[in-house]
Ligand binder design. Structure first.
Ligand SMILES: [Zn+2]
Length: 162
């Protein structure tokens, strides 16, 4: 119930921020960029080893997902869009977000944080950008779970995720 409520709360962000969500058989943005082509995602969303679940593409400010994607992945990508709003230009890695108040305040942990894989999107070796997006998605999807597991991250999310 709460999860649905929070998902509904995030939905207006998608609308207000006018983030297009492209549902496509191919992992390509509307401008023709196919950023994961080098991994072999040319005809679909799997290269046999990895199933790419979706991505946020800063140059076009859009979310691209395969057909049938659930809202958990879309919320994760919307969290990247939230990061991207603070970044001018086309930095596809969203690194400038790390210098924002939210990025600077993000509670770092010594190892890649993949404990709370609520969106099924965790990978070993995730970056701080991914870590923060996952925390953001966890806050939207399972705020009480996030608070129980990591109060510091919960407090961070409560302050910065708007
Ligand atoms: Zn991500």
């Amino acid at each position: 119930m709460i999860r649905r409520l929070l998902a509904l709360l995030l939905a207006p962000l998608l609308l207000v921020g006018c983030i297009p969500v492209i549902v496509s058989e191919r992992p390509c943005a509307s401008n023709g960029d196919c950023p994961y082509a080098q991994y072999g995602f040319t005809d679909g969303w799997s290269n046999g080893a990895v199933d790419l679940k979706g991505f946020y593409w800063q140059p076009t400010r859009e979310i691209v997902v395969p057909p049938g994607t659930g809202y958990a992945i879309i919320i994760h990508e919307a969290c990247h869009a939230w990061q991207g709003w603070t970044c001018p230009g086309d930095d596809i890695y969203l690194l400038c977000w790390l210098d924002t108040p939210a990025g600077l305040a993000f509670p770092r942990m010594p190892a890649p944080w993949v404990m709370l894989d609520l969106d099924g999107n965790a990978l070993a070796g995730d970056t701080l950008i991914e870590d923060a997006a996952r925390t953001c998605a966890a806050y939207v999807l399972e705020p009480e779970g996030l608070r129980a597991l990591d109060p510091a991250r919960y407090e961070w999310a409560r302050e910065y995720i708007r």
